[in-house]
Design a protein around this ligand. Structure first.
Ligand SMILES: [Zn+2]
Length: 352
C-alpha cells in the first residue's frame, strides 16, 4: 500500500492542478509543465526528462479518467481505494470501528491504558498520520500534538469529531477551561458518531449506506446503554451518589446520570496538574463531611496519591475506573458503550 501512495498522490495532484475532476471545476484538457513539476515533487525525485515522459503518460491516463463527460470514471477510481483513516483517541477509534466496520483501514494512535493528557506520538504514529486520507481528532486540548505533527505538510482531511458537543467548563486557577471528557455522556457520543459518519460519507460515498446504517444502529445501542447505566446508578441510595475521582474526568457522566462530583484528587480536567498540600487537605475534609464512600482512581493514571488519600479518609479505593481510556480488547470495556456500563457497575458496587 505504501509504495503505491506517491503515485496515487501524483495522480491526485494531476486532477487537482488541471482542475479536471468533477468536484474541482470545469475540464481543462491541456497538459502544462506544472503537471510534471507536481508529479516530480510528489515522487520526491528530480524532474528528469525520463520522468517527464512518464509524467506525460500518466497525465494522459489521468486526464482520460478525469475528463469523462459525467465524471464517473474519476469518482469510481478514487472510491475503489480503501480509505486510510487515523483516529487520535481511543474513544474515537472505538466509535469509528462501530461506524466503519471493515470498510476502512483504521489506525488508532492513543492505545488503551495510555494517559491521553500526556501522550506523545511515536515515529510509527507519525508514519501512520503521514499515510492518512482522513484524520479524526478530538480537539478540546486533548490531542494538540496533532497540530505539530501536521506541520510536516500533510494533506489529509482533518475532522474534529467533538464539533457540536455542548462543552462543560471548569474553573482552574482563576481560568475557565473546557472539559474534554465528553465521551462519558452517551448523548455526546451520538454526536461524535454522526460526525464520524459524515466524514466517512464525504470521502467514501460508495460505502455511505453502510456508514449511515452502522451509525444509526450504534446510536440506538447508545440509547439502550444510557437506559441501562441509569438503571444501575438508580440502585445507589440517593445520599451516596457522590463521586471523588482521581482527576476531573467524570463530570459529564455525573451530570448525565444524576451523580455529584464533590472533588478530585488532582483538581483539574487534566492529569498534568499537581495538587498542593492544601488541595489534598481540603479534599480530605470534603470526603469526611460529605461521607463519601469511595475514591475512584483510573485505569490510565497512577493511583498512588488517591490510594494514600483513601487510606487517610478510611474509604474504599477503586483504581480501575475508565476515565481517559477504554479497556483492553476483549475486556468488554473496549467499546464506548461497554466502558460506560463497566464504570456504572464499579461505581454502583462501591457506593451502595
Ligand atoms: Zn482526563
Amino acid at each position: 500500500m505504501r509504495d503505491r501512495r506517491p503515485l496515487a498522490g501524483a495522480l491526485r495532484a494531476l486532477c487537482h492542478v488541471s482542475q479536471c475532476c468533477p468536484d474541482r471545476g470545469a475540464p481543462v484538457k491541456k497538459i502544462s509543465a506544472l503537471l510534471i513539476l507536481s508529479i516530480s515533487a510528489r515522487l520526491r525525485v528530480p524532474a528528469l526528462p525520463i520522468l517527464a515522459l512518464i509524467g506525460f503518460t500518466f497525465a494522459g491516463v489521468g486526464l482520460a479518467a478525469c475528463s469523462s463527460d459525467d465524471g464517473t470514471s474519476a469518482n469510481t477510481s478514487a472510491q475503489h481505494q480503501t480509505l486510510n483513516v487515523v483516529a487520535t483517541t481511543v474513544q474515537i477509534t472505538a466509535l469509528t470501528k462501530q461506524v466503519a466496520g471493515d470498510k476502512i483501514q483504521l489506525t488508532g494512535i492513543i492505545p488503551p491504558g495510555a494517559d491521553a493528557h500526556e501522550f506523545e506520538p511515536t515515529s510509527g504514529d507519525l508514519q501512520a498520520i503521514e499515510r492518512a486520507d482522513l484524520i479524526l481528532r478530538h480537539g478540546i486540548g486533548l490531542d494538540d500534538w496533532i497540530d505539530d505533527t501536521l506541520k510536516a505538510g500533510d494533506h489529509a482531511e482533518i475532522v474534529t469529531v467533538t464539533e457540536g458537543v455542548a462543552l462543560r467548563t471548569a474553573e482552574e486557577d482563576g481560568k475557565t477551561v473546557d472539559d474534554p471528557h465528553v465521551w462519558h455522556d452517551p448523548a455526546n457520543d451520538k454526536i461524535m458518531v454522526d460526525n464520524v459518519a459524515a466524514a466517512l460519507d464525504k470521502l467514501d460515498s460508495t460505502n455511505k449506506s453502510t456508514y449511515d446504517a452502522n451509525a444509526f444502529a450504534y446510536k440506538a445501542q447508545l440509547d439502550d446503554t444510557r437506559e441501562q447505566v441509569q438503571a444501575i446508578i438508580n440502585t445507589i441510595p440517593p445520599a451516596n451518589r457522590k463521586l471523588v475521582t482521581n482527576h476531573d474526568a467524570l463530570s459529564y457522566f455525573a451530570n448525565a446520570f444524576g451523580l455529584q462530583v464533590v472533588g478530585a484528587v488532582i483538581p483539574s480536567v487534566s492529569t498534568e496538574a499537581e495538587p498542593s498540600a492544601q488541595d489534598t487537605a481540603a479534599l480530605l475534609d470534603v470526603i469526611r463531611r460529605e461521607q463519601v464512600k469511595a475514591i475512584f482512581a483510573e485505569s490510565s493514571i497512577n493511583p498512588k496519591l488517591a490510594t494514600t488519600l483513601a487510606n487517610d479518609a478510611g474509604v474504599r479505593i477503586i483504581d480501575d475506573l475508565y476515565g481517559d481510556s477504554l479497556g483492553e480488547p476483549g475486556s468488554g470495556a473496549d467499546t464506548v458503550d461497554g466502558m460506560l456500563l463497566a464504570n456504572a457497575r464499579k461505581i454502583a458496587d462501591a457506593l451502595k
